[in-house]
Structure formats: C-alpha cells, structure tokens
Ligand binder design. Structure first.
Ligand code: ATP
Ligand code: MG
Length: 302
C-alpha cells in the first residue's frame, strides 16, 4: 500500500512534470557519491519539506527521488523515474527493461560464490546438491543453469554471509569487495561470477525533451568523472629528456612546455590519469624531472 501511494505521489508530482526524474539511493553505499556527482555537476537542489522523498533542481530541470536501491530498476522501467543511479548488480538481478547509459566507476564490487574455509574446492561441480544463500537468486540461477549445476537457492534479503555459520546454507553468493567480511565469517571466495559498479540507467522511452536533459546531464557527469580520475601535473625537466617525458605525459592534446630561467631546463604542464600516476612518477624521476606538483582538477571538458 505504501509503495502504491509512493508511485501515485511521484507520478503526479508537481512542479515540473517536464523535469528529468532521477532516482538515487536514499541511504546506503551509493547515496553520498550519487549526491556528490549531482552537486559537482553544478546542480543545486532543495529538499521539499512536504515531500521528503523528492528534491527539485533549482538551476537545472531535474527532480531527485530518494529510494531503496533494489527498487530503482523497477521505478525506471515503470517510468516513475526517468533515470537512476544504481549498482549494476541490481540492474542484472532485476532484469527490467532499462538501458545502462553511463558507467560511474564507484561502488566497485563483484558477485562471488564463497564456501567455508575448511572445505576443499575442486571446481564448480562442488555446488551440485548444495544449498546456496543469496540476495541475487536470478543471477545465480543463470550462472548455475549455464553450467548445468543442480543446487538449491535460498533467497535471503540481508546478512547472507552468516548463513553457513548458522547452518542455513552450505555456501553463499554475495557481493565481495575487499573480502574482509568473508574472512571474518571463515569463508573463502571460490568463483567470481560478475563485476559491478554504479551505473546510470535510463528508461528506453524518454521523450525528446527529456533525452536532451539527459544528454546535458551526462555531459556534466562525464566532465566531473574525468576531473576525478585525472590530475594536473607540473614539473621541471632537463631539455635533453623532454621528448621522453612528453611521451609519458601526452596530456589532453599535447603538454605545455615553457622555458625557465635556468639554462637547459623547461617547465612542463600536463594531465595524468590517477591510475597510472605512481608508475609515471617513478619514470619521471628516472628521467631527471624535479619539482613535481600534482593538483586536483575541478572540471574537465575535452
Ligand atoms: P537499500 O536499503 O537501499 O536497499 P542495501 O543495503 O541494499 O540498501 P547497500 O549496502 O547500501 O545496499 O549497497 C548498495 C550498492 O552498493 C550495492 O547494490 C552494490 O552495488 C554496492 N556495494 C555493496 N557493497 C559494496 C562493497 N562492499 N563495496 C563496494 N560496493 C558495494
Ligand atoms: Mg538494497
């Protein structure tokens, strides 16, 4: 009943039926970063005091709906929301008609099968005749069927990792990131089944006006993401090694190289991807680079 009311209220929400409705997780691992992405995209929004589950963009035509992450694929498929920010794991599990339109790179995790540490594991045949506890029955079912494994799936909604310890199951299929929860529960990961990260999903049937808002929004999201993944780098380099250093730091188009007062040296400005950062720094030092400064980038439009 509560859900029906919510759907009704959201479908009839005013103002702004022309606003693009974005569903994000109300409270949980995705909430902070989803809100940060929206905020850093320059969208100010005030929470409506009468409708706590919705806030409206003040300088961009969006409405933000705060929901449980499990429900987001359904809300987008049912067009209650136009788009959503959600874990790919929930998109896969729910199997609703939605399109992944952007990958966001946060909330990275994997869905894995794990068994008690004391068990010997000799391949997926191990799971024949076993009871597996999970909150992702659909993904697990597909995985088992594809391998012709006959196991019993026990669907539970949370704290899956304790199921083997209390005798509810022989194994689990759940989200793993660092693996510390598994170790804590004396389990070991034996099969990685799928990778997941936060993604933007969209209804496949948006009208032209909303498609345009989505395009503008994704443009902003991508600029923010790029800036988060990249750093501005400045350094002094001996001229004889400039060509090699430029090869390491190709930048967006090409780095800026300027002479400095000291003869035989130049100042070089470029952009470096955070993932390659430490590798490149080592090589730069070997090539005689000095005074290396690394600065965060606020926005990056290319
Ligand atoms: P809700 O109350 O909204 O249903 P929840 O308890 O189902 O919340 P969270 O634990 O907040 O969900 O996780 C939300 C999403 O974050 C997951 O669906 C997954 O995509 C991702 N996630 C979960 N655990 C991890 C983790 N350990 N590391 C990285 N990402 C994770
Ligand atoms: Mg959930």
């Amino acid at each position: 009943m509560k859900m029906i009311n919510l759907v009704y209220n959201m479908k009839n929400s005013r103002p702004g039926t022309k606003n693009l409705k974005i569903a994000i997780q109300k409270e949980g691992r995705l909430s902070d970063q989803s809100l940060r992405l929206i905020r850093e995209s320059g969208i100010n929004h005030a929470q409506d005091t009468r409708r706590k589950l919705i806030s409206t963009g003040e300088n961009f035509p969006v409405e933000i709906l705060y929901l449980r992450d499990d429900d987001i694929p359904q809300y987008v498929a049912d067009k209650v929301a136009d788009i959503g920010i959600v874990g790919e794991n929930e998109v896969l599990e729910k199997g609703r008609k939605v399109e992944i339109v952007n990958r966001l790179g946060f909330a990275r995790c994997r869905l894995s099968l794990a068994i008690p540490q004391s068990e010997r594991y000799d391949g997926t045949g191990y799971f024949n005749g076993k009871r597996i506890a999970t909150s992702y029955p659909r993904i697990l079912q597909q995985y088992l069927e594809a391998r012709d494994i006959k196991a019993e799936i026990h669907e539970i909604s949370g704290s899956v990792e304790i199921a083997p310890g209390i005798g509810l199951a022989d194994a689990i299929f759940d989200i793993v990131s660092t693996g510390s929860t598994l170790i804590h529960n004396r389990l070991k990961e034996v099969e990685g089944v799928a990778h997941s990260e936060a993604v933007v999903i969209a209804s496949p049937v948006l009208d032209t006006a909303k498609k345009k808002i989505l395009e503008d929004l994704l443009f902003r999201f991508q600029a923010v993401q790029r800036s988060m993944n990249n750093k501005y780098i400045l350094l002094n380099a001996p001229n004889e090694n400039l060509d090699e250093i430029v090869r390491l730091l190709p930048g967006i188009k090409s780095p800026t190289v300027m002479p400095i007062y000291e003869k035989g040296w130049s100042s070089l400005h470029s952009v470096v991807n955070e993932n390659q950062f430490w590798d490149i720094i080592e090589k730069l030092k070997e090539l005689g680079a000095q005074g290396i400064l690394v600065i965060p980038i606020e926005k990056m439009i290319i």
